[in-house]
Design a protein around this ligand. Structure first.
Ligand SMILES: [Fe+2]
Length: 292
């Protein structure tokens, strides 16, 4: 078992903070919190102090993936595993740790160049419950963490080896397919009951982040978001559909940073680690998810 328990948060560097504020509120139904500082917005989707940090900057891409342990023991196990594998983590500054609202924070760059952060004891603020800006039944987080990210990597085998062998992620399945004649194969990796917390593939996209996914408790909230896409001025990129592996019903759209968000409902949970059999699929979806 891994000591990496779940995806705690992500940070995106975005060129248009105000466009993100509007998008997050009107389409995602995320609660937007200002700061810290004029160049940062925090998005809440549950009782955590934040789940997505947006920092003003030119990259319009993911700049940090925050993974968490349950406690200090788990955190130290991650530190030891990274060191043993030749990827020693660096302790974050006090300011960085405070900004993340965690007890301790260490950082490492993974073999593919992604900035990873590890922590435990994240700030929870149930005294100020998640307050969506429109009626919304909330998001599936908790034990399953923020959601998932799909990232592009220069070498899928190298990335899989790191996440599987060093960080203890387990392969849920493989999708071997192509898109517009290009290899679009991905390996789906989990670190808790969520079918995948990370998916990695060698898709030649200009950004490291292909998409991040938020999972609604209620399918109607997916529909209500879908209804708001046309007025957002942003492009829907995949039609409503059901994924073949995690069974999620979702749609995709571009964010103000062009990287995509998947907004879904109903993903499967891996209940029994011992009996999960890894599959390979040659399509991404049972129905729908047409590229628009
Ligand atoms: Fe996804």
């Amino acid at each position: 078992m891994t000591s990496v328990r779940r995806l705690a948060y992500i940070e995106l560097e975005v060129s248009d903070l105000q466009a993100w504020r509007k998008f997050a509120q009107t389409v995602l139904a995320a609660q937007v919190v200002d700061g810290p500082g004029a160049d940062t917005l925090l998005l809440r989707i549950d009782d955590r102090s934040f789940r997505i940090a947006l920092r003003q900057g030119p990259r319009d891409d993911i700049v940090a993936i925050g993974l968490e342990a349950d406690n200090r023991q788990g955190y130290e196990q991650i530190r030891a595993a990274l060191k043993k594998a030749g990827h020693p983590a660096s302790d974050a500054s006090a300011a960085h740790t405070a900004a993340r609202g965690v007890a301790e924070l260490m950082t490492v760059t993974d073999p593919t160049g992604l900035a990873l952060e590890f922590s435990y004891a994240a700030m929870a603020r149930p005294q100020e419950p998640f307050h969506p800006p429109r009626a919304h039944s909330g998001f599936v987080t908790g034990e399953q963490g923020l959601g998932h990210v799909m990232v592009t990597v220069p070498n899928k085998a190298e990335a899989q080896a790191f996440y599987e062998s060093v960080l203890g992620f387990r392969v849920s399945d493989y999708v071997v397919t192509n898109y517009n004649g290009r290899d679009a194969s991905f390996v789906f990796l989990r670190c808790n009951g969520r079918h995948h917390t990370m998916a990695v593939g060698e898709l030649p996209l200009p950004k490291r982040l292909a998409h991040f996914m938020l999972q609604c408790r209620d399918i109607d909230d997916v529909g209500r978001a879908l209804d708001r896409v046309p007025a957002s001025g942003l492009k829907q990129t995949r039609s409503l559909g059901r994924h073949i592996n995690d069974k999620m019903i979702s749609f995709y759209m571009e964010t103000p940073s062009k990287v995509q968000v998947e907004y879904g409902h109903g993903g499967v949970e891996v209940q029994d680690e011992q009996t999960w059999a890894v599959s390979t699929y040659d399509v991404t979806s049972v129905w729908g998810h047409k590229h628009l």
